[in-house]
Design a protein around this ligand. Structure first.
Ligand SMILES: Nc1ncnc2c1ncn2[C@@H]1O[C@H](COP(=O)(O)OP(=O)(O)OP(=O)(O)O)[C@@H](O)[C@H]1O
Length: 242
């Protein structure tokens, strides 16, 4: 069985860390949500984070994004992470290339945005408006907007959860290609065990404010973690096993 519990360990990626988290503490008033959590994600590494509802996944992601203060420990990231949320968060009053180029400090932001939109298959929609996009297209623009910043850490907070099954599978393929091309470290928060198994190099399960389970995917033909095994780590007994 290719599983072990390891709150923190080195990884096989040689390209250096996209983020290193040490003894992170995050609390809301008197409730401690994250308790001395340790985590390292390397550039080019795809990490999926699962855990039961309310266990603190989004809290961790927001802390890594620098969106919320932390109450203890350290988060060391070489560059500002980019985030894609479940909802696209595009500005309705800006066309697509302006949405993607928002905040870009480069000489020709339109050209850079065009490149990014072409990468996600929307190179012919530069002047179009967010309101004219399907859910999947809008999430592709959100991905382009994140990647145009050339982040070393890409944070994905259930970005495919609201999409239909077919669009979700297409998005998985696209994200895999984008990550292979750009090599950011990725932290994907998801409830979808199949998505985690399909995409991640490493699967983490969060419990009681720490990483309680870690599985490193083996992509060389050896047995990957099974759905049932992962569901049982999440405290779910699949029907077939009951
Ligand atoms: N702004 C806040 N103020 C107080 N408590 C909060 C706040 N945001 C989140 N919490 C609490 O922190 C805990 C973790 O919430 P979080 O949203 O990180 O969980 P999650 O694992 O992402 O859940 P889900 O899978 O349902 O999205 C929950 O108990 C939640 O009630």
């Amino acid at each position: 069985m290719n599983v072990h519990v390891a709150p923190q360990s080195s990884t096989p990626f040689e390209s250096g860390p996209a983020v290193v988290v040490s003894n992170l503490v995050r609390s809301y008033v008197s409730r401690v949500v994250i308790e001395k959590l340790n985590l390292r994600i390397d550039r080019g590494e795809f990490v999926a984070l699962l855990g039961e509802s309310g266990c603190g996944k989004t809290t961790l992601l927001r802390a890594l994004a620098g969106l919320d203060p932390i109450q203890g420990g350290r988060i060391v990231a070489p560059r500002r992470p980019a985030v894609v949320f479940q909802e696209h968060r595009l500005l309705p009053w800006d066309n697509l290339w302006r949405n993607v180029a928002l905040g870009l400090q480069v000489q020709d932001p339109r050209a850079r945005a065009a490149e990014a939109l072409t990468e996600v298959g929307l190179g012919d929609r530069l002047e179009d408006w967010p309101r004219n996009l399907s859910g999947g297209q809008a999430q592709r623009v959100a991905l382009a907007r994140a990647l145009v910043q050339q982040p070393e850490l890409l944070l994905l907070d259930e970005p495919f959860a609201a999409l239909d099954a077919l669009t979700r599978i297409r998005m998985h393929q696209l994200v895999r290609e984008l990550v292979a091309n750009h090599q950011p470290g990725v932290l994907l928060v998801t409830h979808d065990v199949d998505e985690a198994i399909a995409l991640a190099d490493r699967i983490l399960v969060m419990r009681n404010g720490v990483i309680a389970f870690e599985h490193r995917a083996v992509r060389d033909g050896s047995t990957p973690i099974s759905r049932a095994e992962l569901l049982s780590e999440l405290g779910v007994v699949p029907h077939s096993a009951s």
